[in-house]
Design a protein around this ligand. Structure first.
Ligand SMILES: [Zn+2]
Length: 247
């Protein structure tokens, strides 16, 4: 058993061959979650509940746990996109079906009926070329959305962002160069709910007030965006790419 923070203890139990992280903390109810991408299982438990009771609880939820794990395994297999018709792609947290239109016309992306991404590509485009068209569209969409969000939060937080950019990052949703007052946003956020993009922008801007993820930082987040933990949880919950995310 290892101690992470005061009053929070983490250990593992194995039930039915599945390893489960048990986190004991000062809460009222047992809370069970299965996280992508690997289907990690976590139980948050009140301090007073013993391991035997936790095991019984897990056993009672075993069917649900296995179902969740299977779902994530299927999602993981889908991660490698082939840019074929009816393939699932995400935009702003919503799932769209891809419709590839090969034509000697302008290349690009058009959303249709809130359920279809029309991707216009030259005849005989490769998978890579189609990927570039969609990726650049995601980038352009984010670049349209970010300036007004920064402007809104500059006023609320009282900081100034000198420069910002969008880039593909493997392990972070965003980053902040404090000395240059520059923030970076992960291109992947185009696929996540809008509120998650806003949360990451606020998080990075709060770093202009406080560099570290300490109590002061958390107090700022609570003040400016009381729901931030919910958005963070959303980002952890949603299907992620190959890497594990942290921010
Ligand atoms: Zn941070």
């Amino acid at each position: 058993m290892s101690k992470i923070k005061k009053n929070i203890k983490v250990h593992q139990v194995t039930v039915g061959g599945i390893k489960i992280d048990v986190i004991k903390k000062d809460i009222k109810n047992l809370h069970l979650a299965v996280y992508p991408p690997a289907g990690r299982v976590r139980v948050a438990s009140p301090l007073r509940v013993n391991d035997e009771a936790i095991r019984l609880y897990i056993v009672s939820k075993m069917r649900w746990i296995k179902k969740q794990k299977q779902k994530f395994n299927a999602q993981e297999r889908q991660t490698e996109r082939e840019y074929l018709n009816r393939e699932s792609h995400f935009y702003q947290g919503r799932r769209y079906l891809l419709n590839v239109i090969e034509a000697n016309a302008k290349q690009g992306v058009v959303l249709r009926n809130k359920n279809t991404i029309d991707l216009y590509a030259r005849p005989d485009s490769t998978q890579k070329q189609k990927e570039v068209i969609l990726t650049e569209w995601y980038r352009e969409e984010l670049k349209k959305q970010i300036p007004s969000l920064i402007k809104k939060w500059e006023k609320k937080i009282g900081v100034q962002v000198e420069d910002w950019g969008v880039k593909q990052m493997k392990t972070k949703w965003g980053s902040c160069n404090i000395s240059a007052n520059r923030i970076w946003v992960n291109l992947e956020l185009a696929k996540k709910p809008k509120q998650c993009l806003e949360y990451i922008i606020v998080h990075e801007m709060v770093h202009l007030l406080e560099r570290h993820h300490n109590q002061k930082f958390i107090a700022y987040m609570n003040k400016f965006m009381p729901q931030w933990k919910y958005y963070k949880e959303e980002l952890n919950k949603l299907p992620v790419a190959h890497a594990e995310w942290e921010y």
